[in-house]
Design a protein around this ligand. Structure first.
Ligand code: CP
Ligand code: NVA
Length: 309
């Protein structure tokens, strides 16, 4: 049985296989062909943080696959009152067929997975956001930019930056990450990604200069400067991230064919300008929609793996 906790656990072949499956299911969905890939299966969806896209895409996705999603907010379940992850896992995983969790530390989802009888999917932790990256790469493939791909990630060295590191290291494309001083990516995650990159040939560059990162890139992406749980640091972060907004002048440094991606929610006037968000280069809503399709691929793939001997 496999879990989907971080892209570091997946091979290039597996990532591309899941994306191919997602593409096939997307095409079927677009033709309004809803095949019961997961009939009568239940997806438990545990949320310790807010969500729009993750909740709606997983709940809609499992329903379209023939199953049903259970929205379990930590405000409502006993986890929020201190029931341990290990007990929560042993109870819930006896009743449902798959679990998606959005939580704080990656160690919490690992703890849940350790005790789980069913596959566990990471719906965002402080460290990673792997399902988002599946949707992002699907969007890049659809835009025809997966060949000679150069991704510039400008902003906070957070969960999104870490998952970009994993994806680049696995698939072998060039990734440039520009963060302000003091907001660099996690050193351990970077070291592991650089190690994995030796196999794939990925070129990974870390800089404090957003312009250097964007110059000649084919995908420009960013994320909020204030992730969930960091609300109290907003004032200082907004000061420290001065000069990191992706605006039209920044986009001009990228190749003409370059696209802009953002996992959303976006804060216009902070990490990205309104103009870039609304520009023809921006594929943010295609990207958001692809959460639905990419995650259906992940769920069906995990479900099939579970059935394999
Ligand atoms: N991008 C993303 O995960 O969005 P939500 O927080 O709305 O789920
Ligand atoms: N980095 C953001 C992503 C939200 C989808 C956060 O963790 O809040």
């Amino acid at each position: 049985m496999r879990h989907f906790l971080t892209l570091a656990d997946y091979t290039k072949e597996e990532i591309l296989e899941i994306l191919a499956l997602a593409k096939q299911i997307k095409e079927e969905t677009k033709r309004r062909e809803f095949k019961d890939y997961m009939p009568k299966k239940t997806l438990g969806m545990i949320f310790e943080k807010s969500s729009t896209r993750t909740r709606v895409s997983f709940e809609t996705g499992i329903y379209q696959l023939g199953g049903i999603g259970l929205f379990l907010s930590s405000n409502d379940i006993q986890l929020g009152r201190g029931e341990p992850m290990s007990d929560t896992s042993r109870v819930i995983s006896r009743m449902v067929d798959m679990v998606m969790i959005r939580t704080f530390e990656q160690s919490k989802i690992e703890e849940f997975a350790k005790y789980s009888k069913v596959p566990v999917i990471n719906g965002l932790t402080n460290e990673y956001h792997p399902v988002q990256l599946m949707a992002d790469y699907m969007t890049i493939q659809e835009a025809g930019l997966d060949k000679d791909l150069v991704v510039a990630y400008v902003g906070d060295g957070n969960n999104m930056a870490h998952s970009w590191l994993n994806l680049s290291a696995k698939l072998g494309f060039e990734l440039r990450i520009a963060t302000p001083k003091g907001y660099e990516v996690d050193a351990t995650i970077l070291a592991k990604s650089l190690e994995m990159a030796k196999l794939s040939g990925a070129k990974i560059t870390i800089t404090n200069d957003p312009k250097e990162a964007i110059k000649g890139s084919t995908v420009v992406t960013t994320d909020t400067w204030v992730s969930m749980g960091q609300e109290e640091q907003k004032e200082i972060r907004v000061k420290d991230f001065a000069g990191y907004m992706v605006d039209s002048n920044m986009m001009k440094l990228a190749q003409d064919k370059a696209i802009f991606l953002h996992c959303l929610p976006a804060y216009r006037g902070y990490e990205v300008s309104d103009e870039v968000m609304e520009s023809s280069q921006s594929l943010i809503f295609e990207e958001a929609e692809n959460r639905l399709h990419a995650q259906k691929g992940v769920m069906v793939w995990l479900d099939r793996k579970r059935d394999e001997k």
